[in-house]
Design a protein around this ligand. Structure first.
Ligand code: HXC
Length: 263
């Protein structure tokens, strides 16, 4: 895929050096609001990168002013409950959640509502100094609908999650860092480069180990400690069936860099 890919109207997609797939939201007039077509394009691009053996990690970003200001309110305003129930979007959010390669969000400006939920589906979040995180759905008479209440409660604990969801409290980049929503804050003009650099580093690692590492960490968010520990142990054993485990340990003992095969 290249940035010229005519299949996409609302996003720009390209493979960056170091085996990194980049998805850039591109609806500047509405601060990258996620209408159905945009979400569908994001899912198509992410799935294609997930299946592409030339890509080891995926970065999602927006503009300097907005990562994404939420679901598209104009599109959503006339919907009925039955419309939403029949909508493919729930399945699309599930598809994003099931991405096997690492998803890294480079967030500048507003990450609100569904935009913030998109951030929280990502595995690593790099924030620009100007980033603002929040769930303002309550102002529209609704609540988050793509995981916001659940992921915030798990990530931040009850009290802060309640303030954000019930009372539109917005977090600055530094507050998000302190709360554990993001892993680093960088100057705004550096945010994409920083995310691409993290993605390149991960893409250069043993691919099967990266995949099982992601799967194992994610399990911590949706099961008991006992089940999570079992999965971790299972994945740990499984990696001893890969050539890369033999190569990684041999390379350490021979004091040379490993040459990963991805199997
Ligand atoms: C549609 C949007 C939009 C949105 C902004 N715009 N957010 N259009 N859906 N979510 C449009 C504005 O209407 C405006 O269009 C243009 O983008 C620029 O926005 P302004 O408001 O003029 O910019 P500013 O004053 O800088 O304020 C930025 C903002 C504000 C604070 C982000 O736009 C805002 O509050 N937006 C809505 C945020 C929100 O409520 N998000 C949650 C949506 S519900 P014009 O034509 O006037 O220039 C949701 C549910 C998820 O996400 C459910 C998932 C299943």
């Amino acid at each position: 895929m290249t940035s010229q890919n005519p299949a996409f109207e609302h996003i720009v997609v390209e493979v960056r050096p170091g085996h990194v797939g980049l998805v850039r939201l591109n609806r500047p007039k509405v601060l990258n609001a996620l209408n159905a077509a945009t979400l569908a394009e994001i899912v198509t691009a992410v799935r294609a990168f997930d299946a592409d053996s030339n890509v080891g990690a995926i970065v999602i970003t927006g503009s300097e002013r907005a990562f994404a200001a939420g679901a598209d309110i104009a599109e959503m305003s006339g919907k009925s409950a039955a419309d939403l129930l029949a909508d493919v979007r729930l399945a699309q959010w599930e598809a994003l959640r099931k991405t096997s390669k690492p998803l890294i969000a480079a967030v500048a400006g507003f990450a609100l509502g569904g935009g913030h939920e998109l951030v929280m589906v990502c595995d690593i979040v790099i924030a620009a100094e100007n980033a603002v995180f929040g769930q303002p759905e309550i102002n529209l008479g609704i609540i988050p609908g793509a995981g916001g209440t659940q992921r915030l409660a798990r990530a931040l604990g009850k009290s802060l999650a309640m303030e954000i969801v019930l009372n539109d409290r917005r977090l600055s980049a530094d507050e998000a860092l302190r709360a554990g929503l993001v892993s680093r804050v960088v100057p705004t003009e550096r945010v994409l480069d920083e995310a691409l650099s993290v993605a390149r580093q991960i893409a250069a690692r043993a691919p099967v180990a990266v995949r099982l590492a992601k799967q194992s960490v994610l399990k911590a968010f949706d099961t008991t400690l006992e089940v999570g520990l079992e999965l971790e142990r299972h994945n740990f054993y499984l990696l001893f069936s890969t050539e890369d485990q033999k190569e990684g340990m041999r390379a350490f003992l021979e004091k040379r860099p490993p040459n990963w095969k991805g199997r």
